[in-house]
Design a protein around this ligand. Structure first.
Ligand SMILES: Cc1cc2nc3c(=O)[nH]c(=O)nc-3n(C[C@H](O)[C@H](O)[C@H](O)COP(=O)(O)OP(=O)(O)OC[C@H]3O[C@@H](n4cnc5c(N)ncnc54)[C@H](O)[C@@H]3O)c2cc1C
Length: 430
C-alpha cells in the first residue's frame, strides 16, 4: 500500500501486545494494518533477559493461541520449526525461558509483513474522519505521513525511578541490568532495592555469581516481608476474560478497592525464584554465614547521591524509625515501571474523558473515551489497570484484548471470545 492510502488500523509500538495483534491480523483478507516500532527489531525487555529466568505465564499465553490455536504463529509451531519439539516435550514444563519467548516473538515479527521497525511515531492527529500518523525513520530521519481509520496505542511502559534518586552511571534500573552487569560485578559492593520479581531475579543472579567476584551484596526492600506471588489455581481465574468483564463493569472507586485487595496476585515473587534464592543461601552457609550478604526488609531507600564515584545511600528502617547511611559502589533499582503515554495523547487531554488525573476512561472494547463521540477509534493497551484490572499487563489476556479490537474494527466476530470459561462466577447469573 502507498503511504497516502488509508489503513484500517495503525499500531504504535511492537511489543508483545501489538505484535500479537499484528499476527492475528496477518491473514485477514479485508482489514489492512501496519505497525511501527522505533527499535531496530523486536527485543523484549532486553536488560532482563537473564539466563534461567522464566516467563511468568504458561507458554500457551503466546501471541495467538488463545484466539487461534491453529495459527502458524503459535509458540509450538516456533519450537517445531526450530527442531526443538522433542526437547520441549522432554522438558515437560509450561514455563519457558524468557530468552526463548523473546526469540519466538522476534521470529514472528520477522515473518509478518505488517511490522516496520526503525519507525518512531512522532505525532498522531485526527482530521475528523481518520488519523494522520507521522513516522520518523530513526536512521534516515525522514518523516512519512500515514492515514488510518483506527489507531492502537501499544507503547508499553518505561522504567520508574523516584525523583529523590540522583542520576548516576552507578545507579542502574533493572531494565538496564544486563548491559551494566559486568561493571556491577567488578565493583566492591552492590545494593539491590525492591522486592518484586525483577529485584529477586537480579539478586539471585548476583548471589550465584558472587563466588567468582569480590562484591558485598545487599538487598533492601521497603516491604515488611519478601512475599510470594499468589498462584493458587482458583485465584488465578481472575486472569480470565470473565473477570475482566466483571471488573470493567464496576464503578471506578470499587475497581480501585478491588485492585488493592488483589495485591497478592499482582505483587510479589514467584515461588520458584524464592526457593532458588533460599536454597542457594542455605548451601552457601554450610561452612558459616557469609558476611558479604545482607538481606533487610522494612527498609526504604530515600536518597542516593554520588560523590567521586562512590554512592551514599540514605535509608530508613521505617518500623523502628531508624535512619542510616551506607556507602556503596553500585545500586540496582528494581523500582518498577510506569505506563508510557505518548505526549501526543497528553496534548489531547481536554478532548478525553478522565476517571482521575492520570487515568483516562477506556470502554469495554479498549477504546479511549472522547468527550465528543467519534467513529474512528483509538484503542489502547497501556495504563489500563484502573479500567480492566490486574490482568491489564498480562500476556495471556493481551490476546483477548486483541480479539476484541479486531472484532470491533471488523464490525463482526472474527475471533469469538470465550465466555463462561472458568469455574467461578463473580455475581449471581453472570
Ligand atoms: C522485565 C519484565 C518481565 C515481564 N514478564 C512478564 C511475564 O512473564 N508474563 C506476563 O504476563 N507479563 C510480563 N510482563 C508484563 C508485560 O507483559 C510486559 O511489560 C510486555 O512487554 C508489555 O507489552 P507491550 O507490548 O505493552 O509493551 P512493551 O513490551 O513495553 O513494548 C512497547 C513498544 O513500543 C515501542 N514504542 C514506544 N513508543 C513508540 C513510538 N513513539 N513509536 C514507535 N514505537 C514506540 C517501544 O520501542 C516498544 O518496543 C513483564 C514486564 C517486565 C518489565
Amino acid at each position: 500500500m502507498s503511504k497516502n492510502e488509508m489503513y484500517d488500523l495503525i499500531g504504535i509500538g511492537v511489543g508483545p501486545f501489538n505484535l500479537g495483534l499484528a499476527a492475528l491480523m496477518d491473514d485477514l483478507p479485508n482489514i489492512t494494518s501496519v505497525f511501527f516500532d522505533k527499535e531496530d527489531g523486536f527485543n523484549w525487555h532486553p536488560g532482563m533477559l537473564i539466563e534461567q529466568s522464566d516467563l511468568q505465564v504458561p507458554f500457551i499465553a503466546d501471541l495467538v493461541t488463545f484466539a487461534d490455536p491453529t495459527s502458524q504463529y503459535s509458540f509450538l509451531n516456533y519450537v517445531h520449526k526450530q527442531n526443538r519439539l522433542f526437547q520441549f516435550f522432554f522438558y515437560r514444563r509450561f514455563d519457558i525461558p524468557r530468552r526463548e519467548y523473546n526469540l519466538y516473538a522476534r521470529w514472528v515479527s520477522e515473518k509478518l509483513r505488517n511490522c516496520r521497525f526503525q519507525s518512531e511515531v512522532i505525532s498522531v492527529s485526527s482530521n475528523g474522519d481518520a488519523y494522520e500518523v507521522k513516522v520518523r525513520h530513526t536512521d534516515t530521519k525522514e518523516v512519512f505521513t500515514y492515514l488510518a481509520k483506527h489507531i492502537v496505542v501499544g507503547t508499553g511502559s518505561v522504567p520508574f525511578i523516584p525523583d529523590s534518586i540522583e542520576k548516576s552511571e552507578h545507579v542502574v534500573h533493572t531494565s538496564d541490568y544486563l548491559r551494566a552487569a559486568k561493571d556491577i560485578k567488578d565493583s566492591a559492593s552492590v545494593v539491590v532495592v525492591g522486592s518484586g520479581q525483577s529485584a529477586a531475579e537480579v539478586f539471585y543472579e548476583l548471589l550465584e555469581d558472587q563466588k567468582h567476584h569480590q562484591y558485598t551484596l545487599t538487598w533492601y526492600t521497603r516491604s515488611a516481608i519478601f512475599s510470594q506471588l499468589e498462584s493458587a489455581k482458583m485465584g488465578q481465574e481472575v486472569f480470565s476474560p470473565d473477570y475482566v468483564r466483571y471488573f470493567h463493569g464496576l464503578p471506578y472507586e470499587k475497581r480501585k478497592e478491588a485492585l488493592e485487595r488483589l495485591d497478592s496476585v499482582r505483587n510479589g515473587v514467584d515461588k520458584e525464584t524464592l526457593i532458588k534464592i533460599y536454597d542457594l543461601l542455605y548451601n552457601r552457609s554450610v561452612e558459616g554465614r557469609d558476611s558479604k550478604i545482607i538481606i533487610q526488609p522494612l527498609t526504604e531507600v530515600n536518597t542516593i547521591k554520588e560523590e567521586k564515584g562512590s554512592l551514599t545511600v540514605s535509608c530508613k528502617q521505617w518500623e523502628k524509625e531508624e535512619e542510616f547511611t551506607v556507602h556503596v559502589d553500585k545500586v540496582v533499582l528494581a523500582t518498577g515501571y510506569k505506563p508510557h503515554i505518548p505526549q501526543w495523547i497528553w496534548d489531547k487531554k481536554d478532548e478525553i474523558q478522565w476517571e482521575s488525573e492520570k487515568e483516562f476512561k477506556v470502554d469495554e472494547k479498549f477504546r479511549l473515551v472522547w468527550k465528543e463521540e467519534r467513529q474512528h477509534h483509538m484503542y489502547i493497551s497501556t495504563n489500563l489497570e484502573h479500567s480492566h484490572g490486574t490482568a491489564a499487563t498480562n500476556l495471556s489476556l493481551a490476546v483477548m484484548r486483541n480479539q476484541t479490537i479486531i472484532n470491533d474494527v471488523a464490525g463482526k466476530e472474527i475471533y469469538p471470545i470465550q465466555k463462561d470459561a472458568i469455574f467461578q462466577q463473580f455475581m449471581p447469573n453472570a
